[in-house]
Design a protein around this ligand. Structure first.
Ligand SMILES: Nc1ncnc2c1ncn2[C@@H]1O[C@H](COP(=O)(O)OP(=O)(O)O)[C@@H](O)[C@H]1O
Ligand SMILES: [Mg+2]
Length: 259
């Protein structure tokens, strides 16, 4: 089982879009995948067709009350397993902070899930994809303590280059809590190849990240923005769209890293 956190402290860079559509593309390639929403906005949850306001249990119940993750998993209309989030997760930072091991709650919950699956002879997940909130709060730290690899979605604009130093500093600090933490890959999102600045920034990012940069660039594609309104990954909503094809290619690259 490989855990992958989709993280970037910036908002609106395509984290949730990547989490949902990468998961859907991996599932389409017959991988057993679990998507975990760790953002109180619950966009990844609703993006799979799960009604976040109707959820009986969310990831908040696991972190606060120790409810086992196995009891929180739902099969989404998109066809893969989801652990959802909603407003119940908002403001939890402060409550969690008072707990001992507050940064390891999620990791411990994941380890218990793996053990219970093994005990019940249930098929293990090939991939667990975590959608993080756009901040380095305790929830995100919990995700980065539990994961091995991070996938960082980046928009090719000037600020992406400015944020690079912050990013490596953050990851460096977190390796104290999780020595296994590494950048699995950086993915260029919302990409517009006709934009000169985007092309220049893209080249600079390639130079900076080298092999850590995925070759697949996710284009700016209206179908990707429309799909969540229909509660579907783009791969189901418009399977031949540029957006869907790009995420299938990205999933192939991610799988290649596993072998
Ligand atoms: N490649 C894309 N093409 C068009 N719209 C996109 C694309 N990626 C994301 N979006 C839209 O941009 C907005 C921000 O994306 P989102 O995935 O929610 O970012 P984040 O989770 O990083 O805040 C959303 O409205 C989403 O539908
Ligand atoms: Mg998001």
């Amino acid at each position: 089982m490989e855990i992958i956190a989709i993280a970037n402290q910036k908002g609106g860079v395509g984290k949730t879009t990547t989490a949902v559509n990468l998961t859907a593309s991996l599932a389409a390639k017959r991988k057993n995948v679990l998507l975990i929403d760790l953002d109180p906005q619950g966009n990844a949850t609703s993006g799979t067709g799960v009604d976040k306001n109707e959820l009986e249990l969310t990831i908040a119940d696991a972190l606060l009350d120790g409810v086992s993750l196995a009891d929180i998993i739902v099969t989404s209309p998109a066809g893969f397993d989801v652990i959802g989030a909603n407003r119940d997760l908002a403001g939890m930072d402060i409550t969690l902070m008072s707990k001992t091991d507050s940064h390891e709650l999620f990791k411990n919950a994941m380890e218990a899930l793996v053990k219970s699956q093994a005990d019940n002879n249930a098929p293990a997940y090939d991939y667990v994809i975590i959608d993080c909130a756009p901040s380095l709060n305790l929830l995100t730290i919990n995700a980065l303590v539990a994961t091995d690899g991070i996938i960082i979605p980046m928009q090719c604009e000037y600020y992406a280059l400015e944020g690079l130093a912050d990013l490596s500093q953050t990851i460096e600090r977190l390796t104290e809590l999780n020595p296994k933490l590494y950048i699995r890959g950086v993915v260029r999102t919302l990409f517009d190849s006709r934009n000169t600045l985007a092309r220049d920034v893209s080249t600079e990012l390639e130079a900076h990240f080298g092999d850590t940069m995925y070759k697949t660039r996710i284009p700016r594609n209206i179908r990707l923005a429309e799909a969540p309104a229909h509660g579907m990954p783009v791969t189901a909503y418009e399977r031949w769209s540029k957006g869907a094809r790009a995420y299938h290619k990205l999933a192939a690259e991610v799988m290649k890293q596993s072998s």
